[in-house]
Design a protein around this ligand. Sequence first.
Ligand SMILES: [Zn+2]
Length: 663
Amino acid sequence: MTGAALRLVDSEPQPRALAELVRPVFCVDVYLPPRDNAYLYGQHCAVDGCDRPGNDLIVDSRRLCQRHSYRFKRATVTIDAFLADPPAIAPRGPLTGLPRYDLTAVDQTTRTELRFLLQAMHDGHFALTFNSKRWNALRQVYADGAAASLVDVDLATLSPGRVATGSAKRFQRFLRDTYDALAGVVVSRHDDVWPRSLYECFAKPMQQRPPATMDFTRIAAPWLRAAAKEIAWHRMGVEGISPTSAWDMVKEVIRLERFSSTPLRAPSDITRGLLLDWLAHNRTAAAPHTLSQSLSRLRLFLEHARVNGVAIPADATYLPGELAVRAALDRPPKYFDDRELAQLDNPDNQAALDPWNRRAYQVLRHTGMRTRSLVHIPFDCVTVKAGAPYLRFFNTKRRGGPKEHTIPVSPELADVIAEQQDWVRSFWPVEQPTWLFPARNANPKGQRPAHGNSIYNALVKWVRSCGLEAGDGQELHFWPHRLRHTLGTEMLNSGVPQNVVQDYFGHASPEMTAHYAKLLDQTLRREFDAFRQRVNRHGDVLDVMPSGVSPDAVALKERIGRAKQTLPNGYCGIPIQSKCPHPNACLSCDAFQTGEPFRPILAEQRARAQEHADAAATAGMDRLVEINLADVAALDRILDRLDDLAARPPIDDAFDVRELGAA
Ligand SMILES: [Zn+2]
């Protein structure tokens, strides 16, 4: 596709009209940005009293200017020590190291465009921090393109590095839109190339950013192109699908047309034979799940077209069995087993993650939320009520748009979140933070959330670099959603009722509203605490129950049955596949777990063990004394820890968690 194909209308650059949009302050030869402008000056150096742009080096959450980063790299101290006692730097000229923007150009059109673009950047039209270097790369694009207007430069022929550094692509698109607007061009859904501004209104908040353009010229057959435009528009407007989904559907049409060995001149050229060839072609090339999605999109398109009166043969469709090609059995189980989890949670492996992604992992691990929800956690997300922390976030996977959701979390996770909040505050000291996990690049004011994929990729890369192994000894396949399945499995295995688990995960349904009161009541808190507060024979609190689930679905079923068969004084944590090596000796077994509900039995057991020990001592049976005293000691540890847990502030029964939403 050439640059010209993207042009909506051939409206010529109108430098004079553009010049009228430029404010006088930008009509200069060299522009020196004010120091508080996040886009043209940037966040300041972290060294106290240094207000140079801190864009040379970033250490964790601290930014350093060029001169301080030079000193820091030579100092063999931590960043905190460096900042506590920064070296004095001799003052140079007042402008040394500060960004300056050269606006001189021989051609009047170039000069006007440069001024206009700089003004747009200054006003925050692009989520980028600019500096002299990037600016000069843009100027060089003009020079290399040998055109007065950026609109006339064919970017495909220039050095991609320079085009990217100078952000020339997005400036070109922006200038085109501006020129079109100045020429009075109104974009319409009847155009063949749709700019984002046309369909942006169909995008829901907290979803993927819609594609920059939808270029229907990629479909050659006129009737097919017209149908694609009509159906994409209809589905966004009436069905409420996102622009991304609409474009995904159109892309399938584009792919099918390219695949067809003969041109699709008329609707009757789409035959069942063609569709079956397409299925066979993709069966080897695409993963089963992807293929099933692609074919469904295509089938929906064909159905819509027929309803719209396009004469595509009635048998040109896929049957349900042909769509259900997903090979669920080929995929590894979705949850992680104990051994896999132990590797993931292993402190040495955790240390290999950078702190930012480690905190992201911990939130995912302990809440099981989706990555898209993770990046849309509001900055002020933790509320403490009656001594217990709650996390407020948005359930983003809902047809009607994102919905606020509040779940109980452990104090340990609340600490991780506090650490992340400190990081964000220190990275954008002046701005009011919006998100808990903002994008770390191209985000001058911190208002843009991180992209879920960047966390996804970082975690997948981390698991690979650590060489973690799956249960079968093969490389561990990690994707963050498996943590969600894992937590759900763990909770169910620990006896948390299914409806509570559903509520915890915010699984939406039409009846959701009616259940809302129940969803967030104290039951959820109590169940969660019981889940969290099991104690082993050492008196250690088991934060998360081991699951011990085999990939085999039959074993899973039995395991759940077994989990409910509790011991008189607690639970047995041994997986169903294993035999118990110490019958009737749970207090000396590491798999033994117990909790508050068993306190009376544990107390009675302790009294009995003490009696036995005393009796054995009187009888001079040393071995028996030893055994019973070990049990007494274990029970003391357990009871002490249960006392600690009970000493946590009680849940106020009158307190309604629904209040939290407003906090
Ligand atoms: Zn500095």
